[in-house]
Ligand binder design. Sequence first.
Ligand SMILES: *[C@@H]1O[C@H](CO)[C@@H](O)[C@H](O)[C@H]1NC(C)=O
Ligand SMILES: *[C@@H]1O[C@H](CO)[C@@H](O)[C@H](O)[C@H]1NC(C)=O
Ligand SMILES: *[C@@H]1O[C@H](CO)[C@@H](O)[C@H](O)[C@H]1NC(C)=O
Ligand SMILES: *[C@@H]1O[C@H](CO)[C@@H](O)[C@H](O)[C@H]1NC(C)=O
Ligand SMILES: *[C@@H]1O[C@H](CO)[C@@H](O)[C@H](O)[C@H]1NC(C)=O
Ligand SMILES: *[C@@H]1O[C@H](CO)[C@@H](O)[C@H](O)[C@H]1NC(C)=O
Ligand SMILES: *[C@@H]1O[C@H](CO)[C@@H](O)[C@H](O)[C@H]1NC(C)=O
Length: 277
Amino acid sequence: MMKFVLVLLILMCFESLPNVMTQSSSNKEAKALDVILQQYAYKALVNPKTGTIYNATKLPSNLTGIEVAALRLRSGSLRRKGFHMYNEFDIPNGVIVHPYVERLVFVYQNLGNKLSKKYYPLPNYTYLAPVLGLLAYDASNLSATNLSELGINASGDNILVKFRDVKSPPSGTVARCVWFDLQGSSNFSNVKGGNTCSTSQQGHFSIVMVKSTSPFVPNPRGEVLCINKYKQKKKMQGMERAADSGETLQMASIGDTKAPAATVTRTQPTLEHEYAP
Ligand SMILES: *[C@@H]1O[C@H](CO)[C@@H](O)[C@H](O)[C@H]1NC(C)=O
Ligand SMILES: *[C@@H]1O[C@H](CO)[C@@H](O)[C@H](O)[C@H]1NC(C)=O
Ligand SMILES: *[C@@H]1O[C@H](CO)[C@@H](O)[C@H](O)[C@H]1NC(C)=O
Ligand SMILES: *[C@@H]1O[C@H](CO)[C@@H](O)[C@H](O)[C@H]1NC(C)=O
Ligand SMILES: *[C@@H]1O[C@H](CO)[C@@H](O)[C@H](O)[C@H]1NC(C)=O
Ligand SMILES: *[C@@H]1O[C@H](CO)[C@@H](O)[C@H](O)[C@H]1NC(C)=O
Ligand SMILES: *[C@@H]1O[C@H](CO)[C@@H](O)[C@H](O)[C@H]1NC(C)=O
């Protein structure tokens, strides 16, 4: 009886897992968005002063909530001095641009809370901050569209991303920095000082936590819990004891909902091992 219930719970959990294939199609949308936002950012650069931040205005209504800016710099000045601060980005000296261009434009994107998860869906995670983008382009023709990004590399200190208004994760949950490179691959790293991520390259950045509806959510006591949409089936509460297996099912509270939890002390997954790719 007990074993059957556990198998059933596990099956139901895996059935509710999101489709991983969504990642690649949304990457195309995200790349198309980069192209559109580069255009709007460049439009903001009318007789621009080098080293001044220009906000893009008049974004179409379907992009409401997105903030875009453009910053033109000489690559020599970028390398010698960096730029402190470009909105949330603190760009140190030592940042190298390749191939060489005399001037570049850094396009800044803030996708806001609503569109971040649309363009950068991360099935097992919840965003605690909006997705921010920093992308480098050649500044030689400010009317140019559909530009490819330049390569940039922080050869000394890393570029820091100091997020404003990071939602605090519930206790027992660890916040992680996520970086999407230009191909849309995600990489995770630790958050520093509660709101700061660090990178040597460009791309899109945010702070996330493991979604609480993931099938196995380790709690601080190391119990393995299964919670999902089936948790509302309160009759599970009747299974506190399973006489045939000798294992004890405990009721564990998650928010206002109770879910049955087997005490499995031999496996104590951490967020790091289970969820960081
Ligand atoms: C540009 O937008 C940023 C927010 O992204 C804001 O803090 C800043 O005041 C704006 N600058 C101007 C000149 O409107
Ligand atoms: C926004 O709407 C315009 C038409 O008004 C469309 O051409 C464009 O593809 C849409 N952009 C996005 C990102 O959905
Ligand atoms: C989500 O988590 C499941 C279970 O750990 C894993 O198999 C899957 O690859 C994850 N999906 C993504 C996109 O990371
Ligand atoms: C700049 O780009 C625009 C749009 O692609 C093009 O029409 C124009 O000829 C380019 N100007 C120069 C000087 O290359
Ligand atoms: C934009 O550039 C890419 C290659 O960088 C090309 O495949 C694509 O067709 C271009 N799109 C437009 C609308 O010119
Ligand atoms: C970036 O610079 C560092 C230090 O100079 C170098 O080791 C690394 O290979 C460079 N990375 C790229 C992608 O160019
Ligand atoms: C991304 O993460 C993987 C796995 O943690 C790591 O091997 C790889 O070097 C990272 N890539 C970069 C560019 O940091």
